[in-house]
Design a protein around this ligand. Structure first.
Ligand SMILES: NC(=O)c1ccc[n+]([C@@H]2O[C@H](COP(=O)([O-])OP(=O)(O)OC[C@H]3O[C@@H](n4cnc5c(N)ncnc54)[C@H](OP(=O)(O)O)[C@@H]3O)[C@@H](O)[C@H]2O)c1
Length: 296
């Protein structure tokens, strides 16, 4: 099967492409730079040059493929509206290209904002609708295409998809700790983040492509909720830094943009995903990864 992957050169994308190639899929990856194109070609991936704003290239990739996995994201945290608009436009374009074909369309989403005060589950529909909502309401937009003959599957990732060389949220928190000389946690540090190792997430993505029914919301969650305080303590151990609470009204000033997320309580479960696909996470835990020096 020929699979078109956007974000193929990214953190989750690279691991997913490796899993796809191992499983015998033919992969075409969207690349916006020479460096990303070269990295993909070195793995035996066919390259389609293009940017997220180049919707013709994205449409062409979807037209040619038998399945699409959309993992690219601008991640401009200084202009989240622009990232959300690009995300929505890409999803609309891929959905329109696949309409009526029954082809699989897997897209990245997250567990943030699904529930308050309890772990989110696959049964929790996203409350985000429309272009002005987080991620441009892209999960609901993609799921609407099921009625138009697209085999949509949402890949919901927890706030940390961790591992050595991760440059995501934990790396950002570790960078603040190094810069400030203290490993902080918001308030009393009891807010939790669900977590998964990148290898387990990649394996789930490929299992989802092979086996998940249209309209599935898959939770790539290995750990239901790691308290912020334990994350800060592990980062403190890793860098030999003191650990301290940051008062809630100082969180944004101390952490900058990542404070927006580090203060959130984002527990989540994956019971239904495990039962549906027989997926069992086996990778290291978040704290094991930090303790092993994965963020140094
Ligand atoms: N990592 C997590 O913990 C996490 C958690 C929840 C949700 N997610 C979601 O999962 C998806 C994958 O995340 P990730 O961690 O793998 O992200 P990442 O490492 O930042 O990779 C982003 C990918 O998107 C590509 N990209 C960025 N801007 C682009 C543009 N303007 N045009 C075309 N391609 C562009 C990048 O290309 P280059 O390689 O050329 O830069 C890269 O391949 C994203 O939608 C993300 O929001 C991730």
């Amino acid at each position: 099967m020929r699979v078109f992957v956007t974000g193929a050169s990214g953190w989750i994308g690279s691991a997913t492409v490796d899993e796809l190639l191992t499983a015998g899929y033919e992969v075409t990856g969207l690349a916006r730079s020479d460096a990303s194109a070269a990295a993909l070609e070195a793995k035996g991936v066919r390259v389609r040059r293009g940017d997220l704003d180049d919707l013709d290239s994205i449409r062409g990739g979807a037209d040619e493929a038998e399945a699409v996995i959309h993992l690219a994201n601008k991640h401009d945290f200084a202009n989240m509206a622009a990232s959300a608009a690009a995300e929505r436009a890409a999803v609309q374009t891929i959905g329109d290209a696949l309409a009526g074909t029954g082809k699989p369309f897997l897209l990245a989403s997250g567990v943030a904002g699904l529930t308050q005060g309890r772990p989110s589950t696959e049964a929790d529909a996203s409350p985000f609708h429309g272009p002005d909502s987080p991620r441009g309401g892209s999960e609901n937009l993609a799921l609407e295409f099921v009625e138009r003959g697209v085999h949509t599957i949402s890949l919901r990732f927890p706030p940390t998809v961790h591992g050595a060389r991760d440059h995501g949220f934990i790396a950002a928190i570790a960078a603040v700790a190094r810069e400030k000389g203290v490993s902080g946690y918001p308030g009393d540090g009891t807010n939790r983040w669900a977590a998964v190792h990148v290898s387990d997430a990649a394996r789930l993505n490929v299992l989802g492509l092979a086996k998940a029914p249209a309209g599935s919301r898959l939770h790539a969650v290995a750990e239901e909720g790691v308290p912020a305080r334990e994350i800060a303590e592990a980062i403190g151990r890793s860098f030999g830094l003191p650990v301290a609470s940051i008062a809630p009204d100082e969180v944004m000033g101390h952490f900058g943009w990542i404070g927006m997320f580090f203060g959130m309580d984002l527990p989540s479960t994956s019971t239904a995903t495990r039962e549906l696909l027989g997926w069992t996470p086996v990778g290291p835990t978040l704290i094991e990864d930090i303790d092993a020096g994965g963020y140094q």
